[in-house]
Ligand binder design. Structure first.
Ligand code: SF4
Length: 311
């Protein structure tokens, strides 16, 4: 049985313009110790998918389907049961440390708070362990840094603090949301290595628009577009032999492939195109693509793609 089994997940929320179908009929499994990268352009629904798992969404959001974690449907848990599970069993490394960290609390105290809440440590023990956690993220002069406020740290150091906070409760499953966003190339390479090392014995969903980072860290990659999955395959298959034209376009955006952007922009999540949602931007679109919604097709070696050309 998969550690996490997402079945027909639909996450919709109301807006003044209509119902936003941010996650639409998504099926996805993540095995024990597996790292799965979820990639896609901004606004495709990938962060909402992560937030749906950990149930950090506005009360007006409608979440339907099943999210089975270690045999339990998370959507059946009440808010107190979810609160106990969050951070201890499933943790999220939130994107954008500058806005996610509390600006008026020392970073060591922010990590210690997680340790007190989830590991039952007293104040002194939690403070000492927070320094250990910071040192484990290879932050220089961890003891001194623990006594600093977020604005005193560089972007790379703040990301290390976020990772330490996310892993402080020793969760079995980690959701990392854009952990390499906004970092320079050298810092990004260090953070990629750190994530790889610190999540070695955990399962992870890594949400990112950075295909190269996902390829460096993840076993499999799922490609999301306009609320639905278009391709799910091993990282090697996605990077070297993608089947779906959108994934092919994403690969061509890599610096090593000449940075060729995908023409056009993502469609509305309120009223996505009929047929294949990618057809207005697809260089290989056929008549059928405008009329029929392609199903997810199983290809060789357990890889899947939602395109009439992938059989
Ligand atoms: Fe392109 Fe058609 Fe495949 Fe969609 S189904 S990706 S429009 S070829």
């Amino acid at each position: 049985m998969a550690m996490l089994d997402i079945i027909n997940l639909r996450t919709y929320f109301p807006s003044p313009d209509g119902l936003v179908k941010a996650v639409d009929e998504v099926d996805l499994q993540i095995e024990s110790n597996e790292k799965l990268g979820l990639i896609g352009e901004t606004g495709c629904g990938k962060t909402v998918l992560g937030m749906s798992i950990i149930r950090l969404l506005l009360p007006s959001t409608r979440i339907m389907g099943r999210i089975i974690y270690k045999g339990k449907n998370l959507l059946d848990l009440n808010s107190e049961e979810m609160r106990l599970l969050r951070g201890r069993e499933i943790a999220m490394i939130l994107q954008n440390p500058t806005t996610s960290l509390n600006p008026v609390l020392k970073v060591g105290d922010q990590i210690a708070e997680v340790l007190r809440l989830h590991m039952g440590l007293d104040k002194e023990q939690a403070k000492a362990k927070a320094v250990e956690m910071l040192a484990a993220t290879m932050i220089p002069e961890a003891r001194m840094r623990a006594d600093q406020y977020p604005h005193e740290l560089s972007g790379g150091m703040k990301e290390r603090v976020m990772i330490a906070m996310g892993l402080a409760g020793q969760p079995s499953f980690v959701i990392a949301d854009e952990p390499t966003k906004g970092l320079d190339a050298k810092t990004k390479a260090e953070i990629v290595k750190l994530i790889r090392d610190m999540t070695a014995n955990r399962s992870m969903l890594m949400i990112t628009h950075d295909l190269a980072a996902a390829g460096d860290i993840c076993d499999r990659i799922a490609v999301m577009y306009a609320g639905e999955l278009l391709e799910v395959a091993t990282a090697g298959a996605i990077l070297r032999d993608p089947c779906h034209p959108y994934t092919q376009g994403f690969v061509h955006c890599l610096p090593s492939q000449g940075l060729q952007p995908i023409p056009g922009s993502s469609p509305s999540l309120i009223d996505p195109p009929l047929g294949c949602r990618f057809h207005p931007r697809c260089p290989r679109a056929m008549d059928i693509c405008k009329k029929e919604h392609p199903p997810m097709i199983k290809m060789n070696k357990g890889n899947f793609a939602r395109c009439f050309l992938c059989t």
